[in-house]
Design a protein around this ligand. Structure first.
Ligand SMILES: Cc1cc2nc3c(=O)[nH]c(=O)nc-3n(C[C@H](O)[C@H](O)[C@H](O)COP(=O)(O)OP(=O)(O)OC[C@H]3O[C@@H](n4cnc5c(N)ncnc54)[C@H](O)[C@@H]3O)c2cc1C
Length: 242
């Protein structure tokens, strides 16, 4: 391939745009093709005729994701943070809040008396918080893993806190309520929630892919361009009805 030939990337989701950004920084020409009408893939924001911005699915950005720190300009994204913690609906319909004791120290006292889990459960959460804070992301990800459910049980948490907090919260994050996700990845994500913030850009989550796309040369992202086949030296397109 001649160095002036663009590297064709299929998909202007976060993966494709991140890849295109790295290649562009390295001086390589890129051409990103996407069948959709906007960049972002699963990370999209719709604007209603009344001007409301609706993200597709509930998405948050965890600010300490190492890859995100390398790629995004946080200042330009005008990020708005959520308070760190989880609101849990109890079986009787009442709600209780489990807050991050490191970000809201006073909340630790109310957390101790909340009806979610035993005192030991809460002390174990504190123990894991301190443990993941003392390690780098790379250390967490490279340690031997089991599945998340086995990890939680071995760590000593009761079935009650697993079912009322870990399963709905991390099951939602992983789209895996059985908690079969690798335990080192669970520890990594837990660390991200502890050390960073969960944020959304003021104008919606799609601002993130828009920012990545805006850094690429004009005309290097082609939308409404569906790829039908890829061969050794060709990319075959299919017409998209607009
Ligand atoms: C409801 C929901 C909530 C989520 N919440 C979070 C969250 O809070 N935090 C978080 O970090 N992650 C979250 N995620 C996950 C995150 O959205 C995805 O991991 C990420 O967007 C995947 O990016 P991707 O580029 O790999 O794929 P995609 O976003 O799927 O992008 C693929 C792109 O390729 C295009 N494409 C595919 N085939 C072709 C073709 N043949 N020709 C042309 N174009 C093609 C598609 O149109 C699409 O734009 C959530 C996901 C969902 C669905």
């Amino acid at each position: 391939m001649l160095t002036s030939d663009p590297i064709v990337i299929i998909g202007a989701g976060l993966a494709g745009l991140a890849c295109a950004n790295y290649l562009h920084r390295a001086g390589r020409p890129v051409l990103v093709l996407d069948g959709a009408d906007a960049v972002g893939g699963r990370v999209r924001t719709d604007v209603t005729p009344e001007g409301f911005r609706l993200d597709r699915g509930f998405q948050v950005l965890l600010t300490r994701y190492p890859e995100v720190e390398r790629l995004l300009d946080y200042g330009a994204a005008d990020l708005r943070a959520f308070r760190s913690g989880a609101v849990i609906r109890l079986a009787d319909g009442r709600e209780t809040t489990l807050q991050n004791p490191l970000q809201q120290p006073l909340a630790a006292f109310t957390a101790l008396t909340s009806p979610i889990g035993s005192l030991t459960d809460k002390l174990r959460i504190m123990q894991l918080v301190l443990q993941v804070r003392s390690q780098t992301s790379q250390q967490l990800l490279s340690q031997p893993a089991t599945d998340t459910l086995t990890f939680l049980r071995r760590y000593g948490w009761s079935e009650q806190i697993i079912d009322s907090f870990f399963r709905p919260f991390f099951g939602g994050v992983f789209l895996d309520r059985s908690l079969s996700t690798a335990s080192n990845f669970f520890e990594f994500v837990f660390q991200q929630f502890v050390i960073g913030e969960a944020v959304v850009p003021a104008l919606g989550i799609q601002q993130i892919p828009e920012q990545l796309a805006a850094r690429l040369p004009a005309a290097s992202v082609r939308l409404n361009t569906l790829v039908e086949a890829v061969g050794g030296n060709f990319v075959q397109l299919r017409a998209v009805k607009l």
